[in-house]
Write a protein that binds this ligand. Structure first.
Ligand code: SAM
Ligand code: SF4
Length: 344
């Protein structure tokens, strides 16, 4: 199966617009800061201090907040974390969101360790898009990167998802030079063989971990490494609802026509110009930008008895503070929040 992300999609205006005239239609929700893996670029070995359970939005509160976002023009919701599949009740929440008027797609970003057991339930509940983190197919390297993860379980999970009907499957890899930098060609080949779309993400300094400063690879460097084996050509950047990934296509050889995505928050200076997303953090904070700690606590407002109208007002107010572009290239301005709490 080949993915067609280069098709131009013309989008009608949404009800939520930031002050840089970007339409917001996409909400990413961190269901929990907990995770069954400990990827070196995301968490320290001992994990981050955890949010108390009462500090998370309940499933009912989550469904309500998402209804408010949908009323404002959000059409797509992605559940993430931490690891969204460790949150109890996730399948019921997917069902609830999928039935929310205005929501056109519910997707998830997961490490897929628990996917095999949930795949059918998620599909039946209405989940349609899956992004899976998979940095290498090499079992030992995978275990090192995730600090104990089992790549066989991840592959089994993705294949179980395909077996129940998922076709929109993207693989997200963070490439780090000495860890898995050599594996990029093997990773894309394995993905293409299975009908998954591989994408490489540049590591971001979120949470301030040594691994984020060491061995960074830019998208161009990964592009070159793949190109030595499978010659690639950049595709025109297009206005897809999928956000800021840029795609390249294999130009010759047996894999001609296959695609690779690159998400380049660090090296692409135009990265933020088409941003169409906002976030709901594990703490119930409305966060207009991944890389900016400016948040509005919807959890506090809900627990103080806010109406849907006042929640909508807080969202609009918070959106007014959305940065035009992130400051991740300026070390002193990197966020102090963790990726798991924000929702990567
Ligand atoms: N646990 C799920 C997973 O791994 O897919 C969802 C949460 S995870 C934080 C979401 C995505 O963020 C993953 O694709 C992961 O590779 C990416 N990620 C984590 N830390 C990152 C960092 N410092 N820079 C760039 N991407 C990062
Ligand atoms: Fe967990 Fe995902 Fe972070 Fe890895 S990237 S530690 S799987 S939240």
């Amino acid at each position: 199966m080949r993915h067609r992300d280069d098709q131009l999609t013309v989008l009608p205006p949404s009800g939520l617009q930031d002050r840089w005239s970007r339409q917001v239609r996409y909400l990413r929700v961190s269901l929990t800061d907990r995770c069954n893996y400990r990827c070196t670029y995301c968490m320290p070995a001992e994990g981050w201090p955890l949010i108390e359970r009462t500090g998370l939005l309940s499933l009912e509160e989550l469904a309500r907040v998402i209804r408010v976002f949908a009323g404002l023009g959000v059409e797509r919701v992605r559940l993430t974390g931490g690891e969204p599949l460790v949150r109890r009740g996730v399948v019921d929440l997917v069902r609830e969101i999928a039935q929310t008027p205005g929501i056109q797609q519910v997707a998830m970003t997961t490490n897929a360790h628990l996917l095999a057991r949930h795949a059918q339930g998620l599909w039946d509940a209405g989940l349609r898009g899956l992004n899976v983190s998979l940095d290498t197919f090499d079992p030992e390297r995978f275990a090192t990167i995730t600090r104990g993860g089992d790549v066989a379980k991840v592959i089994e999970g993705i294949q179980a998802a395909q077996a129940v009907g998922f076709t929109d499957i993207k693989i997200n890899a963070v490439a780090l030079d000495r860890l898995n930098g050599d594996d990029a060609p093997a990773l894309v080949e394995g993905c293409w063989a299975n009908g998954w779309l591989p994408r490489f993400i540049e590591v971001m300094p979120i949470g301030s971990l040594v691994e984020q400063r060491r061995d960074r690879l830019t998208s161009e460097q990964v592009f070159d490494r793949i190109s030595r084996v499978h010659p690639l050509r950049w595709l025109e950047r297009t206005n897809t609802p999928n956000g800021p990934a840029r795609y390249a296509v294999v130009t010759e050889g047996p894999e001609a026509g296959q695609r690779v995505g690159f998400i380049s928050p660090m090296s692409d200076h135009g990265f933020c110009s088409t941003c169409n997303r906002v976030r709901l953090t594990a703490r119930g904070g409305f966060r207009p930008c991944l890389a900016d700690d400016h948040e509005v606590s919807l959890l506090q407002a809900i627990r103080d008895g806010a109406t849907d109208e006042s929640l909508a007002g807080l969202i609009r107010q918070g959106l007014a503070g959305k940065l035009e572009a992130h400051h991740l290239r300026t070390p002193t301005r990197a966020p102090v929040s963790t990726m798991t709490g924000i929702g990567g």
